[in-house]
Design a binder for this molecule. Structure first.
Ligand code: SAM
Length: 330
């Protein structure tokens, strides 16, 4: 039986990667306005907590995106090439890509995630279910670069490349950083055969009464997801954060069109880690995530500025969420 292959390009136990992580986290924690990249929300527990968030009544993005894809799958399948290399960025549970398999029949499925251990079990199960599709999991931090291992690139040579980037994860990047990431995606797609492109889910600007509960739910699951980042940082660099000293804060900044998530010190607290310490006053916060909300024309323009053709865009009836298919070249 075919077994999935794994490529670990982001091994947080390797000294070089750990050194880079230590520098990045230390710089962020010591900054005048402390900030940590949202990628540190996703250790094994963080990935599970995120999956739980997607089940919450307040968290509309997952089910709205799912409904758009389901409704338009026949039309999408006419545009997206079959038998492609399907590259799933930030694949997490791989559930969304799995829903495309029957329609798109990918020749090779390549989920990429910083939290690669989380991919393993899912990929073994998927491989048993879809023995005709080759599967390769890649552990990679794509905020830094988006280069596949040469061995994997040669395996997909000659195939169209379809990049799938659902869940509005692109919203974690500022508009400039999003353009840079999309340009890296475009360059990857451009290595594929004709018909290569990007299928991406993007959350849309809307009333803060709908947006804010999606990031601050009644059960406190998003709060736990945010607070778990402190445990992940303790594990990675030996800080002595106590989650009980901190509280989850989320709000919509309409001017910047983004949800901001923070961890706010409940009382004055000093955090220590090897070689460093930082005092946080009561109410001082660590900025942990942005989630930018777009308009459909604004996002179409962003795609084109990153080198993609004008997209075909699909929305739900309430215009809460959008899904775009964009060819890598016009
Ligand atoms: C919001 S979740 C989305 C999961 C799934 N694709 C979905 O739409 O439900 C973001 C996923 O991207 C991964 N991720 C976040 N930042 C990443 C990075 N810089 N490089 C690689 N993976 C990243 C996380 O581990 C997580 O699985």
């Amino acid at each position: 039986m075919t077994t999935p292959q794994f490529y670990q390009l982001h091994d947080s136990s390797s000294p070089a990667v750990l050194h880079a992580i230590r520098n990045e986290l230390t710089t962020g924690l010591l900054a005048a306005r402390a900030a940590v990249s949202p990628k540190y929300l996703y250790d094994a527990l963080g990935s599970r907590l995120f999956d739980a968030i997607t089940e919450l009544p307040e968290y509309y993005p997952t089910r709205t995106e799912g409904a758009i894809v389901k409704q338009h799958l026949p039309h999408l399948a006419q545009q997206i090439p079959k038998g492609a290399a399907l590259i799933d960025l930030g694949a997490g549970s791989c559930e969304k890509a799995e829903k495309l398999f029957d329609a798109l029949q990918p020749a090779h499925y390549i989920p990429i995630d910083i939290s690669v251990d989380y991919l393993r079990n899912t990929l073994y199960r998927l491989q048993r279910q879809y023995p005709m599709t080759r599967m390769s999991g890649v552990g990679l931090d794509f905020s830094a670069e988006l280069t596949l291992p040469p061995e994997l690139l040669s395996l997909i040579s000659g195939l169209p490349i379809v990049v799938f980037y659902p869940g509005s994860s692109i919203g974690n990047f500022s508009p400039d950083d999003a353009r840079a990431l999309l340009a890296r995606v475009q360059a990857l797609c451009a290595q594929g055969a004709a018909g290569s492109g990007l299928l991406i889910g993007v959350d849309l600007t809307k009333a803060s009464e709908i947006l804010e509960p999606a990031y601050d739910d009644a059960l406190g699951v998003t709060a736990s997801f945010n607070l778990n980042m402190l445990l992940n940082i303790n594990h990675l660099i030996g800080t002595d954060f106590d989650p009980q000293d901190w509280q989850h804060v989320a709000f919509f900044d309409a001017k910047l069109s983004r949800i901001e998530m923070h961890l706010q010190a409940k009382e004055e607290v000093t955090v220590n880690w090897p070689g460093h310490s930082r005092n946080f006053k009561r109410g001082e916060a660590i900025h942990t995530e942005n989630s930018y909300k777009w308009t459909v024309p604004g996002f179409a323009q962003l795609l084109q500025s990153a080198g993609f053709a004008a997209p075909t865009s699909y929305m739900d009836a309430k215009d809460w969420f959008s899904v775009h298919w964009a060819l890598a070249s016009a």
